[in-house]
Write a protein that binds this ligand. Sequence first.
Ligand SMILES: Cc1cc2nc3c(=O)[nH]c(=O)nc-3n(C[C@H](O)[C@H](O)[C@H](O)COP(=O)(O)OP(=O)(O)OC[C@H]3O[C@@H](n4cnc5c(N)ncnc54)[C@H](O)[C@@H]3O)c2cc1C
Length: 310
Amino acid sequence: MTETIVIAEIVKGAVHPTTAELITAAHALGSQPVVVVPCADASVADGAAQFSGAARVLAAKSDVFSNYDAAGWASALDAVAPAGVIITSASPQSKDLAARLAARRGISVVQDVVQIEGGNLTSPIYSGKAMQTVSLSGNAVVTVRPNIFAPAGNDGSNDVSVVDTTGNIATAVQEFMARASTRIDVAEANIIISGGRGMGTPANFTHLEAIADTLGAAVGASRAAVDTWDEIPHSMQVGQTGKTVNPNLYIAVGISGAIQHLAGMRSSKYIVAINKDADAPIFQHADYGIVATWEEALPILQSTLSAMMA
Ligand SMILES: Cc1cc2nc3c(=O)[nH]c(=O)nc-3n(C[C@H](O)[C@H](O)[C@H](O)COP(=O)(O)OP(=O)(O)OC[C@H]3O[C@@H](n4cnc5c(N)ncnc54)[C@H](O)[C@@H]3O)c2cc1C
């Protein structure tokens, strides 16, 4: 049987907890995976040692992995894991890497998988309007959406083997400069409160920020909000041309629920919509709907949450 390789999700130089979900996805495919940790410093791979259900953990050590570059990473990973079914997270960076790995190897790539049954993989297509199921035979690269599979346990004690690897580097990214923001990124958040054009002005997003601070949530936005107001950066945009998110709770405020917005958030576990228009399409997808202006609803939500959290 072909080997299954989980490529650990690396965020800010550390193994991200979503890696444990990839191990569960590998089990759904029927195998105990080898977890490969791309790193410049092998100690980073210690962050994967505690995951249960892994066959082994490999630290793929190379300077290439200091900063993300699809060509360099794919080339260096070839030396460590040249064949097999590869599973990565469906984060923007790992989806890019998945496509590069598949193209180099001449194998299929299946992006944004949300269900695995036997050898069948299901993922949304056409901006989430339909689901497709493909069956896997042979090697492929699979990206798995976060927050879908339960994470593998943390009671493992895997030995970490270190493999020095180099890639063919045509270009090297020297440095990434993060945008100065203290807020949680929507792509990483478990709870998101998003505002749309119905917020009226960008200054009104402070009401969303206050609730986000109470809940430990990220603040997102619709494209209409991002396009209309310079103060709302594109990094906050959720949707087809923004970020795909999959939180446990998504609160949409003053957002109509256009198909392109839904494409980025409809797989959230619970959706709450606040909109003054009872016929807004977002209500067809919401688990809980509040027909009210945000001016009426948010102060009540804020005071109720503050009392609950106190
Ligand atoms: C190719 C393409 C890609 C796109 N990609 C994206 C994308 O990635 N993300 C995205 O979001 N959109 C995207 N769009 C745009 C999308 O079609 C919609 O135009 C957009 O989502 C609308 O944003 P909105 O709901 O904030 O604004 P609107 O459609 O203007 O809706 C505002 C809502 O606020 C409500 N409202 C108004 N005042 C209040 C109030 N005081 N209290 C409560 N509710 C109020 C209204 O009833 C209305 O439902 C894309 C479009 C195209 C063509």
